[in-house]
Ligand binder design. Structure first.
Ligand code: HEM
Length: 525
């Protein structure tokens, strides 16, 4: 009945979950792995190609729905096509994987990022990942981030000017405006190139980034698109090749320009040094400048392809996540006028009537706003799930998980554990006040992942990964993460502007026309 009347994936997921659960109750994950895949695969392979093409919203909604239903079970397993995934949604389970320096290998679906991102920091593994992480970490030093603040201020001003045009007018969808602002910031900080996406939303590069993200997401959940040989035969595969060309030639040009610029600059500096003392305005350095100068332990520089894969990785990881988070923060403040009022009060205390640029000191003083950002990332983590392949046998919540198992951490569900976050669906920034976060399980809140392979954007101002794991234990605002700073600066501008809007005033809530990242919206219907 379910197959005929409903969605075959739901049916398969449910069969797998029930079977998996029974096997787990018998305390033997392997029985489950061996006994049931045939049934699930048969159904999936017969029906998937016809019916799995439902929107990403439904796909995610189904997974979350099932996890909520079985939350009280120690572990769950989900089949995606021929692949079984062990799902982790309890802090003890998440800790085993994230805290380990062994389980650093990314899961199979990350392979579809390789044509675009190569094996950069996000997708690499083993020694390559270790040495890259060591090389790149210093470029996220606090002082370097302070330089980037200037770019954030400039771009945030452009955004505010755009938003001001809507004051006292009809409600509108601000999702794209905010996303383009995030994109401009990452382009300038990562590559030192102003792409002007905010003023030209139709740029070929911008369109290619979005197309590529959609294509990869779709391919990850469509087993018939997995073969590299077959993929180009599909319309999607051809679009993939086209977008890839645009993205790579853009990065190629930027790197070539940069190399040229550095050569000229070195030449000019040598000539200049020969004649007199150096003076003039300080040149802003981008992540790319640093990559071009970075060396490994043996003093070897990164190759051209190494640099390109890292620039592409940071372009992708650095803007999508922050854009989603900013949008959610604004939405939640619009829905919670009391919290919005408090943010306003705090901004007034720090800025008064001034419209000067935001400084690092200002950011440190905005304690309530920081809690708002954290609570938004709890409810709507920008990376709602991420996955690893286990590198050795391990034990999770009493079960033996064999080497090479695909495991998925689902922060969206983890962050809703009612024993740790009572009334989990409620937006309560107070949860992150220092006095309320004492003693919280260190792996109960992981919007930036955690452990040695956490988000490098979050790692920046925290001296050790272990300290970063103490999520919620932010005794000093020096521990604000890089990614959060990025969000806060935007946020200040946005809140100021939005306060002019009748529908976002403390007395009202955001208009329903407001649009969200696609994978979340149906969850509230
Ligand atoms: C709200 C903002 C952000 C959130 C919520 C976030 C979240 C995450 C998460 C969950 C991961 C782990 C992904 C996985 O294991 O597959 C990750 C990894 C990563 N993030 Fe972020 N991120 C944010 C901003 C940034 C920014 C601004 C940058 C760079 C400018 C960045 C660069 C990276 C990189 C390079 C990795 C891979 C790290 C590694 O594997 O060693 N992220 N991020």
């Amino acid at each position: 009945m379910l197959i005929i009347g409903g969605d075959p994936l739901v049916f398969c997921v449910e069969i797998s979950l029930v079977c998996g659960t029974l096997a787990l109750l018998w305390n033997n994950l392997l029985i489950c792995t061996i006994s049931f895949p045939l049934l699930s695969q048969m159904v999936l392979f017969w029906f998937w190609p016809i019916q799995i093409d439902f929107p990403p919203t439904d796909f995610f909604k189904q997974i979350v729905h099932n996890l909520e239903e079985f939350r009280n079970l120690p572990l769950l397993k989900l089949w995606i096509g021929p692949l079984p995934f062990v799902i982790l949604y309890h802090p003890d389970a998440v800790e085993v994987v994230l805290n380990s320096s062994k389980h650093i290998e990314k899961s199979f679906p990350y392979k579809f990022l390789h044509p675009w991102l190569g094996t950069g920091l996000l997708t690499s593994t083993g020694d390559k990942w270790r040495s890259r992480r060591k090389m790149i970490t210093p470029t996220f030093h606090f002082t370097i981030l302070a330089d980037f603040l200037e770019v954030m201020n400039e771009q945030a001003n452009i955004l505010v000017d755009k938003l001001e045009k809507h004051v006292d007018k009809e409600p509108f969808d601000c999702f794209l405006d905010i996303t383009l602002c995030a994109l401009d910031i990452i382009c300038e900080t990562a590559m030192g190139k102003n792409v002007g996406a905010q003023n030209n939303r139709d740029s070929e590069y911008v369109r290619a980034i979005y197309k590529m993200s959609d294509l990869i997401h779709h391919r990850q959940k469509s087993p018939w698109l997995w073969s590299n040989l077959m993929y180009p035969m599909f319309q999607e595969g051809r679009e993939h090749t086209r977008s890839l060309k645009i993205l790579h030639s853009f990065t190629d040009n930027v790197i070539a320009e940069k190399v040229c610029e550095i050569k000229n600059h070195t030449q000019q500096k040598d000539d200049f040094d020969d004649n007199c003392e150096q003076s003039g305005p300080k040149k802003r350095r981008a992540f790319l400048d640093m990559l071009l100068n970075t060396t490994d332990n043996e003093g070897k520089k990164l190759s051209y392809m190494d640099i390109r894969e890292e620039v592409d990785t940071f372009m992708f990881e650095g803007h999508d996540t922050t854009a989603a988070a900013m949008n959610w923060v604004i939405y939640l403040l619009g829905c919670h006028p009391e919290a919005q009022k408090k943010v306003h009060r705090e901004l007034d205390e720090v800025f008064g009537n001034s419209d000067r640029p935001v400084t690092m000191d200002d950011v440190k003083k905005l304690r309530y706003l920081e809690c708002v950002v954290k609570e938004a990332l709890r409810l709507f983590p920008s990376v709602p799930f991420f996955a690893r392949t286990t590198s050795e046998d391990c034990h999770i919540r009493g079960f033996k998980i064999p080497k090479a198992t695909e495991v998925v951490v689902v922060p969206y569900v983890l962050h809703r554990e009612p024993e740790i976050f009572p009334d989990p669906e409620e937006f309560r920034p107070e949860r992150f006040f220092p006095e309320n976060s004492k003693g919280r399980h260190p792996y109960a809140y992981v919007p930036f992942s955690a452990g040695p392979r956490n988000c490098i954007g979050a790692f920046a101002v925290v001296p050790t990964t272990e300290r970063m794991n103490l999520n919620g234990d932010f005794r000093s605002l020096w521990l604000i993460t890089a990614a959060e700073q990025f969000l806060l600066v935007f946020h200040i501008s946005i809140v100021i502007t939005f306060s002019f809007f009748p529908w976002a005033s403390p007395e009202s809530t955001l208009h329903p026309l407001y649009c969200f990242p696609p994978y979340w919206d149906v969850l509230h219907m």
